[in-house]
Ligand binder design. Structure first.
Ligand SMILES: [Zn+2]
Length: 127
């Protein structure tokens, strides 16, 4: 599946990564594949399609759906749904382009649905 050369093409891995050097991560609520590092969170105050969402700099273990223009709360955006590589569950979408200048900062970032993720803190528990 070739990515358009017009878009920043985040690398899609063919294998599911299940460990990430003990960093706090978000994992798929269905199959536990790592979807994103918590360090990569831009904002937690976003709206997904089904509820709250996280804006993320990067995501892993995902694949892209068809690119389409979608009218979101903040205007028309060119997005592609992203799916978990492990179980094909839709976990959010990727922002290719924002029509409105004030929304340009989202381009090249991911919106991940909070409902589809489980927060996993791999921190040690000594306080
Ligand atoms: Zn999954």
């Amino acid at each position: 599946m070739a990515q358009s050369s017009l878009s920043p093409s985040p690398d899609t891995k063919s294998q599911v990564t299940l460990a990430y050097d003990n960093q706090p991560v978000y994992i798929c609520s269905k199959c536990s594949a790592i979807i994103a590092l918590q360090d990569e969170t831009v904002s937690k105050a976003f709206s997904g399609r089904d509820g709250r969402g996280y804006l993320m700099h990067s995501a892993t273990n995902i694949k892209f759906g068809r690119r389409e223009d979608r009218a979101l709360l903040t205007g028309v955006h060119t997005v592609a749904d992203v799916f978990c590589l492990g179980c094909n569950e839709r976990v959010g979408w990727f922002y290719h382009k924002a029509a409105d200048y004030s929304q340009k900062y989202k381009e090249g970032k991911y919106l991940l649905e909070r409902e589809r993720l489980v927060k996993e803190n791999n921190w040690s528990l000594d306080e």
